[in-house]
Every structure is written in structure tokens, then in C-alpha cells.
Design a protein around this ligand. Structure first.
Ligand SMILES: [Zn+2]
Length: 305
């Protein structure tokens, strides 16, 4: 059983107590260590944020990321992902000598190929941070705190696949905006709840269940909340596919999603009696949702100061 768990009775972004369950069921996840073995997702009726009902403490989370093994790096794709291609264009257009910080820079994958800018990073995993330093990234600390960022101001801050891991997401966004130069940009990429596969699979969608350290999830309502609660020029959110689109995989995953919801005796949605029909017996072993990679289930968010 996980230790040091904090039960959420308020929204971790706006602190409103006006929160409800998104779905009534609890889902299993591969917890262990500091992470719980199951979850229920709550929704804030004030700012729109979705979040898991229990979090490890901030310290436990940082320790967890530090302990992740580099050799187990299943997320280190050889090809540039769609949002990385988009960011490469933006980075290339920056004037020489611009200051850029990547929050959660890992080994420096995003910035290291760009030679004309001053590169900074934040990284909780020590082994990755060491490689990032060799790749020309000036690593400022393990978390994006005032202590790590000091008097630094940036022309661009990027934060890819990090927002969903933050136990205090609004505080982090506010801190990062504070460390932008006037006219600077914060660009972050994260999963979204207002997309087709989440409407279909609810909180059993893989983005919630397969990665147990995904703890908060945003949507258009939360983006609008940021717009009215930050001192910024603008904020835009563009729906994006996290991986390159593949039509064959799309069809397979679409059929699979419908089976998961409507033809699966372990489905959290449909009354069990429905599955006594013999046609559904073949899906009796279906307990875990597959990873779906062909929907615009992420937002590419740009904040201008
Ligand atoms: Zn809220």
C-alpha cells in the first residue's frame, strides 16, 4: 500500500471545495511505492480541472522521479514527435542569444539540437540531469520553484508532458509566467479531458490508468480559467495528436475503444447482466485498456506575457 498519500478535499489549482466525481467507479492502476493502487477522478466545478482523489506528497513525487531508471526509458522516441516538430520551428525562429528553459528537460532532448540559444532546464531525475548538462543545458534545479529560478527571466519556457504530474499546477504556471520577459512565451503540452476517447472511455482512458503518476488533467474550461486568473496578453490551446497519425492503428484503436466500453464484461460502464449474452464471453479477459495514440487528446498551449 502506498504511503504518505494526501486525500484531496479541495481543488489543487483554485482551492475550491466545489468538487464532484467524474465517474462513480474506482479504476485499478499500477501503483506501488508512493503511488496508490487505484483511483477515482474528481472534477472542480469552479476552474474545470480534473484530478485524482489521492496524491503522494510533493517530496515523495520528486523522490519517485529521481528513482526512475534511464534504461527503462520507454518514452525516449527516436523520431521527433508532432509537438517537437512544431517547437523546433519556433526555436529556430528565436533571435540568437535568446534564453530558453525547458521544465522537465530529461536528457536535454528538446533543446540540445538548437545551438544559437542559451539553454536552461529543470529536471528532478539526477541521472538525466547529468546527461542534460553534457548536452549543453544549464540545469537550474529539480523543481520550478522560486529558489531554483532566482532572478532568471526567459524569452521562452517549454514544459512538455509535465503539467499532468504537478500537484500544484496553477502555482507552477503562475511562477513560470512570472519568470518570462515581457513579450515572452510559455508553451506547454499536456493531455485534455474534452476529447472523444475520454468521452467514450471516461476516466478508464489509458492516460489516467496506465501512467499512475498522471494526477491532474485539463480542458477548455481550465484554459479559460487561466485566461481570467493570470496577468497575460493571451492564451491559446490547440488540440494535438501526441504521436504521428496512423490510419490503420486509428481504426484498430477505435474498434477496441468501443469493445472496451460496450462489449467487455469488465467494463465499468455497462450493467453486468448485459454480458451474459454469449457473444461477449470472448472479451472476459479484457481488464486493461490499450494505449490509444491517434486522437487529438492533448493540447498545445501558448501563453504570451
Ligand atoms: Zn479548481
Amino acid at each position: 500500500m502506498a504511503s504518505e498519500l494526501l486525500v484531496n478535499t479541495k481543488c489543487p489549482a483554485c482551492e475550491s471545495a466545489d468538487i464532484v466525481k467524474v465517474n462513480d467507479f474506482r479504476m485499478k492502476q499500477k501503483g506501488g511505492g508512493v503511488l496508490p493502487d487505484d483511483y477515482c477522478v474528481l472534477q472542480c466545478l469552479n476552474c474545470g480541472l480534473w484530478f485524482k482523489d489521492q496524491f503522494p506528497s510533493a517530496g515523495a513525487l520528486t523522490e519517485y522521479y529521481n528513482a526512475l531508471s534511464l534504461s527503462n526509458d520507454q518514452w525516449n522516441y527516436e523520431k521527433r514527435l508532432p509537438h517537437e516538430e512544431k517547437l523546433d520551428k519556433i526555436l529556430k525562429e528565436l533571435p540568437k542569444g535568446s534564453t530558453v528553459m525547458d521544465v522537465g528537460c530529461w536528457t536535454g532532448r528538446l533543446l540540445s539540437v538548437h545551438k544559437h540559444i542559451h539553454k536552461f532546464g529543470i529536471e528532478p531525475n539526477e541521472a538525466s540531469a547529468e546527461i542534460a548538462k553534457k548536452n549543453g543545458i544549464h540545469v537550474l534545479g529539480t523543481t520550478p520553484s522560486e529558489q531554483s529560478l532566482g532572478d532568471y527571466k526567459f524569452d521562452l519556457i517549454t514544459m512538455i508532458d509535465v503539467f499532468e504530474h504537478l500537484d500544484k499546477p496553477a502555482d507552477v504556471i503562475r511562477t513560470l509566467v512570472h519568470h518570462l520577459r515581457p513579450g515572452g512565451r510559455l508553451i506547454f503540452v499536456t493531455g485534455r479531458t474534452d476529447c472523444f476517447p475520454v468521452r467514450l472511455a471516461g476516466t478508464s482512458y489509458w492516460y489516467f490508468s496506465v501512467i499512475p503518476d498522471h494526477i491532474v488533467f485539463l480542458n477548455r474550461k481550465f484554459v479559460n480559467w487561466l485566461r481570467t486568473n493570470l496577468v497575460i496578453k493571451s492564451i491559446t490551446a490547440e488540440p494535438m495528436c501526441h504521436y504521428h497519425f496512423n490510419f490503420k492503428k486509428y481504426l484498430k484503436q477505435l474498434i477496441w475503444l468501443y469493445i472496451w466500453r460496450y462489449g467487455n464484461p469488465n467494463s465499468p460502464f455497462v450493467p453486468k447482466a448485459f454480458f451474459r449474452l454469449p457473444i461477449f464471453k470472448r472479451f472476459a479477459n479484457l481488464k486493461e485498456i490499450i494505449i490509444c495514440t491517434n486522437w487529438k487528446d492533448h493540447y498545445f498551449i501558448t501563453i504570451k506575457k
